[in-house]
Design a protein around this ligand. Structure first.
Ligand SMILES: Cc1cc2nc3c(=O)[nH]c(=O)nc-3n(C[C@H](O)[C@H](O)[C@H](O)COP(=O)(O)O)c2cc1C
Length: 318
């Protein structure tokens, strides 16, 4: 599959997740077979102003290519400038967030709020498409609420404005993350466009991802919470999709090695203060797959440095 010039090797993509899909995490998912990885949402105003924190969130290297940088905002000129910065940073595509349900953003008329205004989405998309040479993609939801399914119209207008693909999180903005996704919005969206339409929501195991591809005709599946602590999900999806034998489940030591690799990379890139602050959140996702999780959880809160953490991980992931 192609997004403009960008080739995507398989239909299993890493969905953007705030506080999770940073550079070390994306690199790990890429090594485990994610075909395309995406940063978390970064505020377009901050990106356009080249704010230091925003640029840190947009850190990338060619090792994770092809990779996408995601921005949010409602002002076409600001979003165009932010997209130029995303391109400068080296990303292979820029993704526009019209999906975020966070109240702070929605109250500003950004993120998911824009799904109620397909024409505004089209204006922002057109401004970004004109500003950059990399493909522009969109992340949307099925609509503002269950009674208003705007995804098909938003996708159609985005395609006219030059978008290269659209990923639909198959829940409404009002639903946030509660309740099951309704993937039936995908065929209704695909019917209106020629560009690839990806779906996301509710993938917890390989069978979910493959079922969504086969039953709803998605061109790709964005994997969100299902891959937290479980990068092996990507290889399992690929095997099932190709009819190959399921890969062997990772043992405790392999899980521990993957976690340590991630944590060491966080220490290297962000330094100990930030890495320690993030440690419990990052590591508990991995630790819960191994017996003795409660002890691990207690232990991780006492960790003061990387050496402490290595000891804790050696004990837990035996
Ligand atoms: C903690 C968290 C943070 C998220 N942050 C973003 C984000 O920054 N940008 C975005 O487009 N979607 C974001 N999403 C939505 C995911 O990309 C994806 O569509 C959704 O998680 C799919 O549902 P699932 O987790 O049930 O698989 C986030 C989801 C979660 C759970």
């Amino acid at each position: 599959m192609k997004l403009g010039r960008v080739s995507i090797a398989n239909p299993f993509l890493l969905a953007p997740m705030e506080e999770h899909t940073n550079y070390p995490f994306r690199l790990q998912m890429k090594r485990h077979g994610a075909a395309l990885v995406c940063t978390e949402r970064v505020d377009g105003v901050d990106v356009a102003a080249r704010d230091r924190r925003a640029l840190r969130l947009l850190y990338t290297t060619p090792s994770e290519a092809p990779r996408v940088g995601q921005i949010s905002g409602s002002d076409p000129a600001v979003m165009a400038e932010a997209a130029r910065v995303v391109e400068e940073q080296g990303f292979d595509a820029v993704d526009l967030n019209f999906e975020c349900p966070i109240r702070r953003l929605v109250n500003r008329g950004e993120g998911g709020a824009l799904l109620a205004d397909p024409q505004a989405v089209a204006r922002i998309t057109a401004a970004v498409v004109a500003a950059v040479n990399i493909p522009t993609t969109l992340k949307i939801r099925s609509g503002p609420d269950a009674a208003n399914e705007t995804a098909p119209e938003v996708a159609a207008r985005a395609e006219q404005a030059g978008a290269a693909a659209v990923e639909v999180h198959c829940r409404s903005v009002q639903q946030a993350y509660v309740g099951g996704p309704d993937w039936s919005v995908l065929p209704r969206t695909k019917e209106r466009v020629k560009i690839p339409i990806f779906g996301s929501g509710g993938v917890r195991e390989a069978a979910d991802a493959v079922r969504y591809l086969r039953e709803f005709g998605a061109d790709g599946v964005g994997i969100g919470r299902g891959c937290l602590g479980n990068p092996w999900l990507f290889a399992e999806c690929r095997a099932l999709w190709h009819g190959a034998a399921a890969p062997k489940s990772p043992g405790a030591q392999e899980r521990g090695r993957a976690l340590l690799e991630l944590v060491e990379e966080e220490f290297r890139i962000y330094g100990p203060t930030i890495a320690l602050r993030r440690l419990a959140r990052v590591s508990c996702y991995y630790a819960k797959f191994v017996p003795g999780f409660d002890d691990f959880k207690r232990g991780v809160h006492g960790v003061k440095n990387l050496a402490d953490f290595r000891r804790l991980a050696r004990e837990h992931f035996r």
